[in-house]
Write a protein that binds this ligand. Structure first.
Ligand SMILES: C[S@@+](CC[C@H](N)C(=O)[O-])C[C@H]1O[C@@H](n2cnc3c(N)ncnc32)[C@H](O)[C@@H]1O
Length: 369
């Protein structure tokens, strides 16, 4: 898409042709011509990158239009509409495919040597990394432990509460096990652990360590929500999902996960998960709900959680702040698990503030009745 602004002063005449003897010495007119000359020598190129959040379309367009005006490009109404359509299409399609999608708006001179009087070429596109791509990038670019050097204190407390006389007979499932920060300590206590994980990079890492250390860990690559992924019914004494639901996109997925896990638990088995719960009385707008997915903080309201749990044979045993619990119970040297954890778990990644927003990560512990 390219555009030449319609209301530009006439281009600098080709001085080799149609020369007139008519004098021009009006200072304002000369000043205007000088500015036009400078504009013809000024080039602009660059890009704006926006998260694909469909609700933010109008704000993005306002920013883009302001930039174009600042660069002396006055688009026609028709051109603005065409731009709005293509931006809207990329935002919708990108967001539908991945919450990590980005809209890329690029502008550049039509040819390398011309300035702003010749218009700008515009290119609108999207980049759509998957969750697997994102974690591969974490592994490639981040130093230190990605999710923490210790197991979650809550996971350990729940396992200790089971106090299985023979851990080998109490299988555990770790959903979205990541690089195995919880899986390995439990396997070392003698529990057989099935670790389901979406990202191949973590599957490979866990498999390598499990084999090298001879641990009873079955690493299963796949999406826990995929019906094709076979999970043994009525088998596990404990199933847990730590920091996984914040990746979800829709409450139906939470319902599906809880229902599946319920099927796989033994009678009296325990289900532990954490998720971002909104405070009572706060109703996130559609815009905030979309943003929460982009910010790795998918929001669930208490009413939505109640409705999801009501249909299932589960009783809630505990509902606790993850930040408070982990800060109090993790060994001092293991706190905070990562530098982003304190703000993320208190909803301050989603709403960048030093005050407490009406959302936070909660541990939910349930027993299958
Ligand atoms: C923030 S990490 C947490 C890893 C680990 N649970 C921990 O606490 O250290 C979330 C993990 O969940 C995995 N994950 C997200 N959605 C998943 C799904 N639908 N099925 C399986 N794994 C999933 C991601 O690939 C990632 O490894």
């Amino acid at each position: 898409m390219s555009a030449v602004p319609p209301e530009q002063p006439k281009p600098v005449p080709d001085v080799t042709q149609n020369l007139s003897d008519q004098a021009i010495d009006d200072p304002d007119a000369l000043d205007k011509l000088a500015r036009l000359k400078v504009k013809s020598l000024t080039a602009a190129r660059g890009e704006l990158v926006f998260p694909c959040i469909p609700s933010y379309k109008d704000r993005y367009l306002t920013q883009i239009n302001a930039l174009l005006v600042a660069l002396g490009q006055n688009f026609t109404t028709k051109e603005k509409q065409a731009l709005a359509n293509i931006v809207g299409k990329h935002l919708e399609e990108g967001f539908a495919k991945s919450p990590y999608a980005r809209l890329v708006f690029r502008y550049m001179p039509p040819t390398p040597t011309v300035g702003l009087t010749k218009g700008l070429n515009i290119n609108v596109n999207s980049e759509v990394p998957s969750i697997e791509d994102k974690y591969q990038r974490w592994v490639d670019t981040r130093e230190g432990s990605l999710f923490g050097s210790h197991a979650d204190a809550k996971v350990i407390e729940v396992v200790e509460s089971i106090a299985a006389s023979d851990p080998a007979k109490c299988p555990i499932m770790d959903i979205g096990a990541g690089n195995g920060r919880n899986t390995f300590p439990l396997a070392k206590l003698g529990y057989p652990v099935d670790a389901i994980e979406l990202a191949p990079v973590f599957v490979e890492q866990m498999q390598k360590i499990a084999t090298a250390e001879g641990l009873n860990i079955n690493v299963i690559e796949g999406n826990v929500l995929d019906p094709a992924l076979k999970i043994r019914p009525a088998h596990y004494g404990l199933i847990f999902a730590a920091e996984v639901i914040p990746h979800f996109r829709h409450i139906n997925q939470v319902e599906l996960l809880l229902a599946r896990m319920c099927d796989c638990l033994r009678s009296q088995g325990l289900l532990l998960f954490n998720l971002f719960l909104t405070s009572e009385g706060y109703e996130p707008t559609p815009m905030i709900r979309e943003l929460s997915q982009v910010a790795w903080s998918f929001l669930v309201t208490p009413a939505e959680l109640d409705a999801a749990l009501q249909k299932l044979p589960l009783e809630i045993i505990a509902n606790q702040s993850v930040y408070d619990y982990e800060k109090q119970h993790l060994p001092e040297k293991a706190w905070p698990p990562t530098n982003w954890f304190p703000s993320w778990s208190r909803g301050r990644d989603l709403f960048p503030t030093d005050r407490q927003p009406p959302v936070s990560l909660r541990w939910l512990l349930c027993r299958r009745t």
